[in-house]
Ligand binder design. Structure first.
Ligand SMILES: *Cc1c(COP(=O)(O)O)cnc(C)c1O
Length: 397
């Protein structure tokens, strides 16, 4: 057998083989689900050595598990990072990172449009620990730099952002972060490592709600963090161990399976979304459409520079605002009215009253989430069927 150097393999090959090949014990090509909470020690001395960290191995699934480890290897490979750590959810990953980097009295600088749950963490929970999240419009890089002071411990960005699809200059933010000797953390959920590789652009830590495109089938909640080995080791040993937001072996296996088809799925999500965005932008009952792949998107050129393709998420507004939008959401038949994104199924929702209801009315206005804004996660159906469904629903308005 030739020794193929996986570290030099192309992205699609890594997606299939990055977890380290077949199971060494049995030859199973699907890494087994090690559904075990605990692992036997050979003797008392080995147990003590494992606990002391003098020997590598598995002890207890909250501290590590072979199925979880295979997923971590693969995610680190795909993001081009040194190491990775899985969490029970995207929110577990985000709060874990902030806990690792901030102490009471510290602050962080963040983009102002983020996932609604992240905004709620900033607004409700971080203040209880006396940690301040300063949300700024990071499309203007000066705003990021101006918000930094001696107590700032990280910059956190989301690009493309949920749900405005604003595109943030990753390399620009990384330069600012490094000038101030703090890490740049990016939520890469919307893009996935197939479309955007933030570490190559200077980011230090990448997080995912793996619930979305990484899993890709709408059947798992999970989070992943990728970064330097030293940071990830500390995150595992201190934060994950104490907070306990650990991924289950079954969920880790579902994500490993999802990753094998990530590039194939993303290609389809992207081509479908572009067709749907074009259709909507020409429709007389539509006010505006936002998709990073349309030249009308305000940061189209930046998106084209830092992304391989433009993703599967679209936002738009129907003429007649919220009422007309609700009519549309109640009229679609193929597309499902539900939150979440990145599934095989197309999903439609209303951020102001659903995923981003954690923003106050003034905050929604300030960050550009209008009352009538509708978010569409374009799925893997035939694009002509998605368009027909929208066409028929728009006729009812
Ligand atoms: C869904 C989502 C999250 C939260 O992830 P969970 O897995 O639901 O905890 C974070 N960021 C973005 C961009 C998301 O879409």
């Amino acid at each position: 057998m030739s020794k193929f150097d996986l570290s030099k393999a192309k992205f699609a090959t890594l997606c299939v083989h990055g977890s380290g090949g077949v199971d060494p014990l049995t030859g199973a090509i699907s890494i087994p689900i090690y559904q075990s909470s605990t692992f036997a020690f050979k003797n008392a001395k080995q147990g003590a050595a494992l606990f002391a960290g003098d020997e590598e191995g598995y002890v207890y699934t909250r501290l590590g598990n072979p199925t979880q480890a295979a997923l971590e290897r693969e995610m680190a490979f795909l993001e081009g990072g040194e190491a990775a750590l899985c969490f029970a959810s995207g929110m577990g990953a985000i709060s874990g990172i902030i806990m690792a980097l901030c102490r009471n009295g510290d602050n962080m600088v963040s983009t102002d449009t983020v996932y609604g749950g992240t905004h709620n963490l900033y607004k409700e929970t971080l203040p209880l620990w006396d940690i301040q999240a300063r949300e700024v419009n990071a499309i203007n890089l000066n705003k990021v730099e101006e918000a930094i002071d001696q107590k700032t411990r990280l910059i956190f960005i989301e690009s493309p952002a949920n749900p405005t699809l604003s595109v943030i200059d990753i390399a620009g933010c990384a330069a600012i972060a490094h000038r101030h000797k703090i890490p740049l953390v990016i939520d890469n959920t919307f893009a996935t490592p197939y479309l955007q590789r933030p570490i190559e652009l200077g980011a230090d830590i990448v997080i995912h709600s793996a619930t979305k495109y990484i899993g890709g089938h709408g059947d798992t909640i999970a989070g992943v963090v990728v970064g330097k080995k030293e940071f990830i080791d500390g995150l595992r040993a201190k934060i994950l161990r104490d907070i306990g937001a650990v991924i289950s072996p079954l969920n880790a296996w579902l994500l490993l399976r999802g990753l094998k088809t990530l590039p194939v799925r993303m290609d389809r999500h992207c081509s479908n979304a572009l067709e749907v965005a074009k259709f909507l932008s020409l429709h007389p009952k539509i006010n505006w459409v936002r998709y990073p792949g349309l030249t009308t998107h305000p940061q189209y050129e930046l998106a084209a520079r830092q992304m391989k393709k433009f993703g599967g998420m679209i936002t738009f507004e129907v003429k007649g605002g919220r009422t007309a939008g609700e009519k549309l959401m109640n009229s679609v038949g193929l597309i499902t009215l539900a939150v979440s994104l990145g599934d095989c199924d197309s999903l439609i929702e209303h951020p102001a009253s659903m995923t981003h209801s954690t923003y106050s009315e003034e905050e929604l206005k300030e960050v550009g989430i209008s009352e009538g804004l509708i978010r569409l996660s374009v799925g893997l159906e035939d694009s002509s069927d998605i368009i027909t469904d929208l066409k028929l629903a728009l006729k009812k308005i």
